[in-house]
Design a protein. Structure first.
Length: 101
């Protein structure tokens, strides 16, 4: 996989993973929950774990291309902000969209 293709793959994976907690009622699309719906705190926890998963995939792809560059806290602050911005459509769909009866 070349650099351009792996970059687009990580971007698309991040966009899908950021919206996944808001688009379903299962934990990680697999585990059904006993309650009626997931709460916001469980969704945020799932969002954080999916962010770590996307970072891991990006790190593995970067390692296959060449050397993995060391990152400082600024990198992680920016990427978590971008991940949260990518989750905005799912948040709007779940909490802000007016439900018609």
């Amino acid at each position: 996989m070349d650099v351009s293709l792996s970059s687009w793959f990580v971007i698309m994976l991040a966009a899908l993973a950021a919206n996944m907690p808001f688009m379903n009622e299962r934990l990680f699309l697999v585990v059904p929950l006993a309650g009626d719906s997931k709460g916001i705190w469980l969704r945020l926890l799932e969002l954080g774990l999916l962010y770590a998963l996307v970072l891991g995939v990006a790190w593995l792809l970067e390692g296959r291309i060449g050397n993995v560059f060391p990152q400082r806290w600024e990198f992680y602050a920016i990427t978590i902000c971008l991940f949260i911005v990518a989750a905005y459509p799912g948040f709007v769909y779940r909490y802000l969209r007016k439900k018609h009866a």
